[in-house]
Every structure is written in C-alpha cells, then in structure tokens.
Design a protein around this ligand. Structure first.
Ligand SMILES: [Zn+2]
Length: 239
C-alpha cells in the first residue's frame, strides 16, 4: 500500500512539474494559465500522448512528433526534479498538514527558479499566489518552533539582504523570496539556508570561472540557488 501511495506521489509530482514548466513560460509573458499546450515549432495543440511527464519526452526522443523540432531538456529535468521532491515530501512528512506547506513550497521554488533562470525575474504574481497560503499556514495552522535569539538573527540577516538589494548586488525579487522563506522555514532554518544559498552560488561562479565561462560583473539568477538551499535545509530538518 505504501509503495502504491509513493508511486502516486511521484506521478503527481511529475504532472505538477509539467504544469509548472508551462506556467513558467506563460506567466512572465502574461499569457493565460489555462490554454492547451502547443508545440513551439509548428504551433499544433499537443495530444494526450505528448503530455505524459518524462515518458513522452523519452518516447519522442526529445523531438516534436510532427515537425521534429527538438524539445528542451528542461522539460524532463523539471518533471524528474518535481517527481523526486514530491516523493521525498511524502516519505519524510506523510499525511500531515505540513504536507500542504511542502506541496506549495516545492511548487513556488521550482517556478521562481525557472522564471529567474530563463528570464532573470521572479514575478510578483507568482510570489503572492504562493506566499499568501504559505504564510497563513505557517503563522496560523502549522507554526514552527520560535526563539527570540534566532528571530533576532533572522531580522539582522534580512537587514543585510535589504542592504545588498539597495546596493544592487541582489535583485528585489530575491529579497521578497527571502522574506517569504524566513516565515515559511522559520528563524531556526533561515540563517543556514542563506549561508547554503551563498555557498552554492559561489561554487557555481567558481566552477564557471575555472572553466573560463564566467565574465566578471555578469548577473547570475540567484533564485535557483536560494530554492536549492531552501529545499535542502527544509528536508534535512525533517530526516
Ligand atoms: Zn511541432
């Protein structure tokens, strides 16, 4: 029975990843959430067999069935990441109200990572859509342990991040994402998350510099690193 539910969680995660990918391409262009998916090459409406997460990409060898235009590898990658994360959430949290927080948190982080990576932006609409239920759940339904010491250190870190935003070394969208995460992860996990995000971004820049593919003063999307760090500390705290 638990294997069946785990498979169900992974399948739901894959479907969610597929939908989030579509949303990540439509939201920054202010297009409707609800239209049918089309091939970006021939504009043909995709059939049900072309919308199965991961499977469709493999069966079609990563190309459109009709015009043979190559499909982005980001489709199966996001679907695999989403399936894995929702499966992990189910395995580590189980049938508790916290699972709702994790479902919303994973969706928000995947979505902002994609929009920031592809367009260097975190749409306010996306943050608001997820932040309202997440903040409500965290403050009123499933609160995290609170201590004054960690709350004060979180407030001080947020001030440092505001300063980083004001001097232009970090985007306003990143700051808003940090504020939402400070509430959702709670003060105890916030500092480790910021440190982890900074380390991941530094490792990325360092690796790109070593292979000679990073030009100085180039802006990099920070949301994917913030998201990876947030998920890392969120799940690590629940092992
Ligand atoms: Zn096509």
């Amino acid at each position: 029975m638990s294997l069946v539910i785990s498979c169900y969680a992974a399948i739901c995660g894959g479907l969610m990843g597929s939908y989030l990918h579509v949303a990540a391409t439509r939201v920054p262009l202010r297009l409707s959430f609800w239209g049918r998916s089309r091939c970006e090459g021939c504009r043909r409406v995709l059939g049900p067999s072309e919308l199965i997460p991961i499977v469709s990409y493999v069966i079609q060898s990563g190309k459109c069935k009709h015009c043979r235009m190559p499909l982005s590898i980001s489709y199966p990658l996001i679907e695999i990441a989403s399936a894995g994360l929702y499966l992990l959430a189910w395995l580590l949290i189980g049938l508790r109200l916290e699972l709702v927080v994790s479902i919303l948190l994973i969706a928000m982080l995947l979505l902002v990572s994609m929009t920031d990576y592809s367009r260097m932006m975190i749409p306010n609409m996306v943050l608001l859509f997820f932040a309202i239920p997440l903040v409500f759940l965290r403050l009123c339904v499933v609160p995290v342990p609170f201590s004054w010491l960690s709350a004060i250190s979180t407030a001080m870190m947020l001030l440092i991040l505001v300063a980083a935003c004001l001097n232009g070394s970090m985007g306003g969208g990143d700051l808003k994402l940090f504020v939402v995460l400070a509430i959702v992860l709670g003060p105890k996990l916030f500092l480790p998350m910021v440190a982890c995000a900074a380390c991941l971004a530094l490792l990325f820049v360092g690796a790109k510099t070593v292979v000679g593919k990073f030009a100085p003063n180039t802006a990099i999307p920070f949301a994917p690193f913030i998201s990876a760090a947030a998920l890392l500390v969120y799940f690590a705290a629940r092992i």
